[in-house]
Design a protein around this ligand. Structure first.
Ligand SMILES: [Zn+2]
Length: 178
């Protein structure tokens, strides 16, 4: 009667496989994802893998004011026009102003000042980026070829609750919940 022992062994092996091994996507260290974003990402990444054979990589999820300020500092340093990138031009402008005033004191000081502005905005219910409200993720795009980008855009385009924005520096897809 060896069958039950074999079954038990199989059951034990299956139970010991970590859940993360099942994920159809990979994430950068320290990336935080909300449950709603996680389930959305799983749907997108599963379909993307089925159609392209590739794995999506997430570079950013839910951001603290500090992390948002770092991301905006780096975009400004790359010469990007943040007023075009963010819908709330007034909120973006306040942060850009802090950058301009503080940047000569170095990155940590400028990021600190920008994060303070972002915290103040959040206290009055203003979120310059959906990354601050657990409603956005960034997906690496520079490792995708044209056909993979098209597959990705088609999958996301078919989802009414998601919006896709290509962003530069470094190149990535920004996905946000509507
Ligand atoms: Zn983003």
């Amino acid at each position: 009667m060896r069958t039950p022992a074999v079954l038990l062994l199989v059951a034990t092996i299956l139970a010991s496989v970590p859940a993360s091994a099942e994920l159809p996507y990979t994430v950068d260290d320290g990336v935080q994802l909300s449950p709603r974003i996680e389930s959305l990402l799983t749907r997108i990444a599963t379909e993307y893998r089925r159609r392209s054979g590739r794995t999506l990589h997430v570079t950013s999820g839910t951001r603290t004011p500090q992390a948002q300020a770092e991301a905006m500092f780096d975009k400004l340093r790359h010469g990007q026009n943040l007023l075009r990138l963010y819908r709330d031009e007034h909120a973006a402008n306040e942060i850009v102003h802090a950058f301009r005033v503080e940047r000569r004191r170095g990155r940590p000081a400028a990021v600190h000042a920008m994060a303070e502005v972002i915290r103040g905005q959040m206290q009055r219910g203003c979120f310059v980026s959906r990354h601050l409200s657990a409603g956005a993720i960034d997906i690496r795009s520079r490792t995708m070829n044209r056909s993979q980008r098209r597959i990705f855009a088609n999958i996301v385009g078919a989802m009414p609750d998601v919006e896709l924005l290509p962003e530069g520096a470094p190149p990535h897809f920004h996905l946000q919940l509507r």
